[in-house]
Ligand binder design. Sequence first.
Ligand code: COA
Length: 259
Amino acid sequence: MSDEILSHREGGILTLTFNRLDKKNAITAAMYSTLAAALVGAAEDDAVRVVVLQGHEQVFTAGNDLADFLNNPPDMSKKDADPAPVVSYLEALRTFPKPLLASVAGPAVGIGTTMLLHCDLVYAADNAAFSLPFVNLGLCPEAGASLLLPALVGYPRAAEKLLLGEAFYAEEAVEMGVVNRILPPGEVNAYTQAQAAKLAAKPAASLRATKALMKMGQVGLQAIMGEELKLFGALLRGPAAKEAINAVMEKRKPDFKGM
Ligand code: COA
């Protein structure tokens, strides 16, 4: 396990911590590989009963590493044989059979927010800021957000978040149903661990069955995630994404004239 993803196992709870603070926990291909392997391993390991994803008090994750987007764009077409690490991570999230919890403080950008739609319980600090800036980056949603978000919050609200890409904060996230509860930044990880401990003490087969039954309603999720990745991969190589990502990295406004 790399030190950019910390892994800690205690009492049936596996906690995976984003730990690349100097880059606001932006996720690289190597980090996706580590996360995917950890989830696949946790799914198979009877000693792991619950998984928690967390960041630090000031940032959950700034989403996909932008330099990776420009210099090492994932090949979304290699789905079955040797998939891109981000694809493996998304698939591991979609199919994870045990309770998956997230503890979010500070910014949760892009996949930092969409991964939460695959979690069973999400607790957020009052400094949490969620954003889905895909369109602003010349991209489109991933992780099934184009299905899961409208299903959760209704089409108009999902369109507002996905088309405008403006940040939303903890209170609105609770009201939308993206987050279960708000806590102070210094308490959110401990509270999430306490909830995870309650789940770890429950009968694993019942938890698994209940989660599988609730997820049965997500008809078409796998197909839409495949379609999202196809479009995302194409847009990532297009002129708008190049301009937008360079603009973020150069701390300037993008110029989409003619695009
Ligand atoms: N990929 C790579 N590096 C990133 C990053 C990302 N997604 N997000 C932040 N960083 C880096 C910055 O380039 C900067 O690096 P430097 O110190 O070498 O210049 C460092 O992290 C600190 O970022 P900064 O923007 O100064 O921090 P902030 O506290 O002012 O803002 C964010 C934090 C997360 C709100 C802001 O960094 C941001 O919006 N990042 C881009 C998020 C994004 O667009 N992600 C892709 C989603 S699809």
